[in-house]
Structures are given as structure tokens and as C-alpha cells.
Design a protein around this ligand. Structure first.
Ligand SMILES: Nc1nc2c(ncn2[C@@H]2O[C@H](COP(=O)(O)OP(=O)(O)O)[C@@H](O)[C@H]2O)c(=O)[nH]1
Ligand SMILES: [Mg+2]
Length: 259
């Protein structure tokens, strides 16, 4: 139920592979929204495995359980502990959602577990998203690490990952290329916006079979998700945030500001 009280609330969920910059972007994009627009931003940490956060969370899953405690208590390794934590997230979903509801302002930035698969491909992520959708609009920002965007084929893989996140979470998803401050490709802008150019480079860079496959995937992704625009950001240097803001805005087709 999407009541009037919640109609204007926006949850921005940061997802992406380990180390791509979810926590850093949660912190810096949240701060930018506060400074540029005076929004009241709420910070939510759903990563029970992190040791350090670059923001002060209003809700922190670690107040309920941590991977470290689970490892010690259940005598298991870090990967099994992450999976166990994901199960616990599901078991305690009512309490988690109630606590998030209690602290949430108009914009809520949500940091997710370091290992994206335990959030996106297990039950907990989609369930959390479903419950948040009852309290406002939800969008996910899928983060790709520029360190792994050296070849055109990597961008195709990124789009596929973004698409699988969309399919799993069933919410609008924006793909960002983070760490643009250390991106080594000079034609990255063109690769991100021009699908024909991307196909051309794929042909040149890969060997026959691989580049054919990548080109076919590019066509398929384009027809499935329309004109895909990947925005280039740097969470560390706060670059590309107005463009990211515009994309979030466009995803909801609203006028005026985000709320
Ligand atoms: N150069 C650069 N480093 C970044 C950027 N964003 C994050 N990092 C670094 O990447 C590492 C992982 O970032 P983190 O936010 O913890 O990733 P997470 O695992 O996805 O939450 C940290 O050392 C960050 O300082 C960026 O825009 N540029
Ligand atoms: Mg993190």
C-alpha cells in the first residue's frame, strides 16, 4: 500500500560488485543531495560484513547482527557467514523495515552488502525492496568499477549485470561507471552513450566469436532496455552527480525536483 504519507519518499539502493564503491557513493551522493538541494537524507547500512562506513548510518544492520559475530558463533567462514546473514535479514525483515520506517526522511540512501550476489540473487534483497516499495518509490543504482571497464566487452558484461539486477529486484535500475577519476580509456564517454560505436569497438577488440557474441548481446540489451545511458561518476571526487540526479529523476518521469 502506497499511502499519501509515503508517496514522496524516495529510496535509492546502491548495488554492485564488491569494492565498486557502494558505501563511498552512498556517503558522497547523500551528502551532495543534502548540500545541493537541502534534502533531508537518511543513511541506511544493510551490509552486516563491513568494518568501516564513510557515513553515519541512521539505521545500521550491524546493530542487529554482524558477519563477524555469526562466524564466531556458528564456527563458519566469511562466505557462509554472509549467506547466513542474508537468511537472518529475511527472518528479521519486519524489525528491519520497522526500524528503517522510523528513521526515514524524504530521501533514503541504502548501502547494500559488499558481495552483491548475497543481496541480489538470494531472497533477502528482493524482499527488502518489495517492503521498501510499500513505503515510497524505490530505484537502484548499479555500480560498475571503472577499473574493470578496460575493454568494450566489459561494458557489455556490466549492462548484463545491470539487467539481471533489474530482473531480480523488479525496480528501475540506473547503471553508473564509478571511479571515473582513474578510468584509463579516452573514448569511454562515446562507449557509454553510443551503442553503434560500442559494437564497432567490440568487433575490433575481441576475437571473432567473442566479439560476435558481445555485439549480439549489445543488440539484445538495447532492445530490452531502450536507450541505455550509463552515467560516469566518481564517488570519491563527487563527479557526475548532477547527471546521476537527472537520470534518477527521468526514471520516475516527474517534473520539478526529486520529491
Ligand atoms: N579512485 C576512486 N576510488 C574509489 C571511488 N569510489 C570508491 N573508491 C575506493 O574503492 C574502494 C572500495 O569502495 P567501497 O565504497 O568500500 O566499495 P563497496 O564494497 O562497493 O562498498 C575504497 O578504497 C574506496 O575509497 C572513486 O570514485 N574513485
Ligand atoms: Mg561497502
Amino acid at each position: 500500500m502506497n499511502t499519501d504519507e509515503y508517496a514522496n519518499r524516495l529510496f535509492i539502493i546502491f548495488t554492485g560488485p564488491a569494492g565498486s564503491g557502494k558505501s563511498t557513493l552512498t556517503a558522497s551522493f547523500g551528502r551532495w543531495l543534502e548540500e545541493a538541494f537541502n534534502y533531508k537524507v537518511t543513511y541506511v547500512n544493510l551490509d552486516p560484513g563491513c568494518e568501516y562506513l564513510p557515513y553515519k548510518p541512521d539505521f545500521d544492520i550491524r546493530s542487529m547482527f554482524t558477519c563477524r559475530d555469526i562466524m564466531i558463533r556458528e564456527k563458519i567462514g566469511p562466505n557462509a557467514a554472509m549467506i547466513r546473514a542474508s537468511e537472518l535479514m529475511l527472518e528479521k525483515i519486519d524489525e528491519i523495515i520497522n526500524q528503517i520506517a522510523r528513521v526515514s526522511g524524504e530521501i533514503v540512501v541504502v548501502d547494500t552488502p559488499g558481495q552483491m550476489e548475497v543481496f541480489i540473487f538470494h531472497e533477502s534483497g528482493p524482499e527488502v525492496i518489495k517492503r521498501l516499495s510499500q513505503m515510497g518509490r524505490v530505484i537502484s543504482v548499479f555500480i560498475l568499477d571503472a577499473k574493470f571497464a578496460r575493454r568494450a566487452a566489459d561494458l557489455v558484461v556490466a549492462r548484463l549485470m545491470g539487467l539481471s539486477a533489474t530482473l531480480r529486484l523488479e525496480i528501475p535500475t540506473i547503471i553508473v561507471l564509478n571511479k571515473s577519476d582513474i578510468c584509463s580509456r579516452s573514448d569511454i564517454d562515446k562507449l557509454l552513450i553510443d551503442v553503434d560505436y560500442l559494437s564497432e569497438v567490440l568487433m575490433k577488440e575481441g576475437d571473432g566469436v567473442i566479439s560476435d557474441m558481445a555485439a549480439m548481446l549489445t543488440d539484445a540489451i538495447s532492445s530490452m532496455s531502450g536507450a541505455i545511458r550509463i552515467v560516469k561518476v566518481s564517488a570519491l571526487k563527487m563527479i557526475g552527480f548532477p547527471e546521476l540526479y537527472d537520470l534518477i529523476h527521468e526514471a520516475f518521469c516527474t517534473c520539478g525536483d526529486l520529491t
